[in-house]
Design a protein around this ligand. Structure first.
Ligand SMILES: Cc1ncc(COP(=O)(O)O)c(C=O)c1O
Length: 440
């Protein structure tokens, strides 16, 4: 069939047809040559010439997370990717669960790592236990209590917030009064380690009250798991979540969670489906359990990294690791206070040190100099503490004598440059004094 014969009513003469054909052929030829040249150019000169091979700076990570990730964990991350149903990978998942149980200090069957960061852990605990219309109490004394309240409201809970000033703990009496006023409360959420203020929340008395009123206890242990004691079974915590990038010294990306038998019973008794498909533990348990039913493709290499970091926790010894965090916090605290800096929280976390920026000192200038001159990252204040606080993390592998002395000497130098009166050497001498580690 001639080139134009398919077009109705068009009948070119033979000469015209030959000329059209010749022109078309030459145009097609030109296009082919141009395409060939384009591909040859691509092969010779990659398009993305302005990108360079990835080479991130190795910072001294002393902020509110992530913390330093040891080479051993990074190597695990780089191991060959297995299929998510490969028997070898399933064994790695089993190891991870077992080690997580030890670190959470629990026998809970339903202990695993949710895909996602700490916030995914928070959502998972809330959305699996709360149905639209349920009553929930959320304790708010910082950013992360506020986030839990927001999450609970988004999943349809009727939330009763217990507020306490930022940097102070939630009092057991407040919890009891709120439970008394709202006897249909299904769950109460509280942050163990409030990273925005550095406040360490005692849980023992609160747990006793919550269970006396027949509610479930949900605890945020993002900045405590692996650095501060959080014995899930002894404290009768029903749902606890954390993140990998803090005291476990693993990159961000997984959220370890554990659910008690009572929490699982509440999940099984739901009248409605879990509102989030992705975080629905009633389905995810069939993948982590013996059925191995596909739910979503697991973040395989992150599981390797978590397994390795948990092994490092257990090799060190959980209690020894907790003691290390406390010792370095006390040294740092002695040094910072010797410089005249004041701690914000009533009861400071060992993993996160929140201090007030001294009057007349520009918070951002100091943090920028720490980063550019000393390669140290620390955190800024959040919410009402914006511009008024420094948050210095000593988490996981970042909790070391070397980091304590480094940050104290760097801060002292910068503050003296900015005409803030610091007695030279006072901070280091206080931090390294034999009494420092037993500071109360
Ligand atoms: C106490 C607390 N809860 C929840 C989160 C949220 O975790 P992520 O940022 O990993 O989602 C954080 C993060 O810093 C936190 O410190």
């Amino acid at each position: 069939m001639g080139f134009y014969q398919g077009i109705s009513g068009y009948k070119p003469d033979a000469q015209a047809s030959a000329s059209i054909l010749a022109r078309t052929r030459s145009r097609v030829g030109l296009v082919l040559v141009a395409t060939q040249q384009f591909h040859q150019n691509l092969a010779r000169k990659p398009m993305a010439t302005h990108f360079r091979q990835l080479n991130p700076t190795e910072r001294v990570l002393m902020g509110p997370g992530p913390s330093y990730v040891p080479q051993r964990v990074l190597h695990a991350l780089a191991a060959p990717t297995l299929g998510h149903l490969d028997p070898e990978y399933l064994a790695i998942m089993d190891d991870t669960r077992q080690m997580l149980r030890q670190v959470f200090q629990t026998n809970n069957e339903m202990t695993m790592a949710m895909s996602g960061t700490g916030s995914a852990g928070m959502e998972a605990c809330v959305c699996n236990l709360i149905e639209p219309g349920d009553e929930m109490i959320v304790c708010v004394n910082g950013v992360f209590g506020g986030r839990m309240k927001d999450v609970a409201q988004r999943y349809g809970a009727n939330v009763h917030a217990i507020e306490s000033a930022w940097g102070t703990a939630i009092a057991p009496e407040q919890v009891e009064a709120t439970l008394k006023a709202n006897p249909r409360t299904k769950a109460i959420g509280i942050v163990h380690a409030e990273t925005s203020t550095g406040e360490h929340q005692p849980l023992e008395e609160i747990s006793e009250i919550v269970h006396r009123y027949g509610a479930l206890l949900i605890v945020d242990a993002v900045t405590s798991l692996g650095g501060i004691d959080i014995p899930v079974d002894r404290l009768r915590i029903d749902a606890c979540y954390s993140g990998t990038q803090k005291c476990l010294s693993c990159p961000p990306g997984l959220a370890p969670v554990t659910f008690s038998a009572s929490a699982m019973e509440a999940l099984d008794k739901r009248k409605t489906k879990v509102t989030s498909w992705y975080l629905d533990v009633s389905m995810i348990r069939n993948y982590w359990g013996s059925d191995r039913v596909y739910h979503h493709t697991a973040p395989i290499n992150m599981t390797y990294a978590l397994r390795e970091s948990l092994m490092m926790v257990l090799e060190e010894g959980l209690q020894q690791r907790i003691a290390r965090h406390l010792k370095h916090h006390r040294m740092l605290r002695a040094g910072l206070e010797a410089m005249g800096l004041n701690f914000i929280p009533q009861h400071s976390l060992a993993t996160l040190n929140a201090v007030r920026v001294p009057e007349g000192v520009d918070d951002a200038v100091v943090r920028k100099r720490l980063l550019t001159e000393y390669n140290i990252e620390i955190g800024a204040g959040l919410g009402p503490f914006k511009g008024k606080a420094w948050r210095i993390g000593l988490m996981g592998a970042s909790s070391s004598v070397a980091n304590v002395t480094l940050i104290l000497s760097a801060l002292e130098t910068i503050l003296r440059d900015l005409n803030y009166a610091v007695e030279p050497g006072a901070a280091l001498s206080a931090a390294t004094h034999p009494e420092a580690a037993v500071y109360t």
